[in-house]
Design a protein around this ligand. Structure first.
Ligand code: ADP
Length: 398
């Protein structure tokens, strides 16, 4: 095996992992452990065309990693005796401090821990994965790759909230942005696809997954993005509200007897498409719309309206747009979303070719007519490969 990086994405009750060769981009294995912390956990591991599965109790993230290592062994790879180049961890919040990936020593772990107040749903579980790996593989360099890093240098006018400056400084309140690894990767892949230097391209990147965010990228650098202090701001998402009047939070506290944590949970987990129509998967929502379901229709319309609002904002931000890039689960698969997001914009040189839009593929592709001024692209994201490459680069640089 040539140099390999184990990429870990630890969520609250799940652990996703991939063993990646960063130079070739080859995937040696991929897997997920779900329902961590329950007696009913399950794990699935794909390697060499075969799937290995196991079910049972998995107490915590460390136990989940041992489950993954057992599945690797079952598939014929003893990771405990393999020389890994690095373990690359997806870490959601890098705060003001981290603009680049970092090798995780005690100091970096403590700094990420301190940022937990900004990302209570994410950083503690990301660190659970880090701590478990440091225990199991003390000699392998552990690297953190931050979701916020690509947006670290947002222009001040895009990063700053219009609130009391002293309070903002004291509590580190600014727009951080998230999904940065994906926005950066997809921007580079779009430049490759167009065969143009990234530093000469103005892009609008639409990362539409269960979580969703848009960014404006000028010459390879992010100049605006929809997510803010936390991943709650911006677009309508699967279960998150995105933008709303902040007075709603105080209003609910006053009239609905909901405390701040209850409102926070509602806006993160029971809002967005799920809140609007009870479903958050576009396949189900599209099927319901086809059946004439009005709640699903309204949810879809609200989603598209918000998306178009930001596309318009970023066209103005950038002045000249070379390409609009769709990525992630919805962006890569939902042709109706792509068509409806960009309908009626021919006057701006933006159009979607209906035939090209229906092509299904894992490859980057153009879905705008050849003669359109703005290229509309579908570019599959690959955060794991990006994390593997960044980790390898950092470790090799010594
Ligand atoms: P995340 O990484 O944020 O969990 P993904 O990028 O995997 O999410 O996107 C998941 C979402 O993609 C699903 O909730 C669903 O709405 C959408 N999706 C996946 N496949 C399809 C498809 N074939 N058609 C339409 N939507 C799809």
């Amino acid at each position: 095996m040539s140099d390999a990086v184990l990429v870990l994405n630890a969520g609250s009750s799940s652990l996703k992992y991939q063993l990646v060769e960063p130079d070739s981009g080859d995937r040696i294995a991929t897997g997920i452990v779900e329902r961590i912390g329950s007696d009913d956990a399950s794990a699935s591991h794909e390697q060499g065309g075969a799937t290995h599965e196991t079910h049972g109790a998995v107490a915590d993230h460390k136990a989940a990693l041992h489950t993954a290592l057992d599945l690797f062994a079952e598939a014929g790879t003893d990771l405990r005796s393999t020389r890994l180049l690095a373990v690359g961890h997806r870490v959601v919040h890098g705060g003001r401090r981290f603009s680049q990936p970092v090798v995780l020593d005690d100091d970096a772990v403590a700094a990420i821990d301190e940022l937990s107040s900004l990302a209570p749903l994410h950083n503690p579980v990301n660190l659970a994965g880090v701590r478990a790996m440091r225990d199991i593989f003390p000699e392998v360099p552990q690297v953190a790759v931050f979701d916020t890093a690509f947006f670290h240098d947002l222009p001040a006018h895009a990063a700053t909230y219009a609130i009391d400056d002293e309070i903002a400084q004291r509590y580190d309140i600014r727009r951080y942005g998230f999904h940065g690894t994906s926005h950066e990767y997809v921007s580079g892949a779009a430049a490759d696809f167009l065969d143009r230097p990234a530093d000469q391209l103005n892009l609008i990147v639409l990362h539409l997954g269960n979580g969703a965010s848009a960014s404006a990228v000028r010459g390879g650098r992010a100049v605006d993005t929809t997510m803010g202090l936390t991943p709650l701001e911006g677009l309508v998402m699967g279960t998150r509200s995105g933008d709303l009047d902040p007075a709603i939070v105080a209003y609910l506290e006053r009239v609905a007897d909901m405390d701040v944590d209850a409102v926070d949970t509602m806006l993160n987990k029971e809002a967005g498409l799920k809140g609007l129509c009870g479903d958050n998967d576009f396949r189900t929502i599209t099927a319901r719309i086809d059946d004439g379901d009005e709640r699903a229709r309204l949810a879809y319309d609200v989603y598209i309206h918000r998306l178009r609002r930001y596309i318009g904002a970023y066209m103005v931000d950038l002045g000249r747009v070379d390409a609009i890039v769709f990525t992630a689960g919805v962006g890569e698969n939902a042709s109706n979303v792509r068509a409806d997001a960009l309908t009626g914009l021919e006057g701006f040189g933006i159009a979607v070719d209906p035939e090209a839009n229906t092509v299904r593929s894992r490859q980057a592709r153009r879905i705008s007519p050849d003669d359109a001024a703005v290229a509309v692209l579908v570019v599959p994201t690959d955060e794991e490969l990006a994390i593997a490459r960044k980790s390898a680069e950092l470790v090799r640089a010594g």
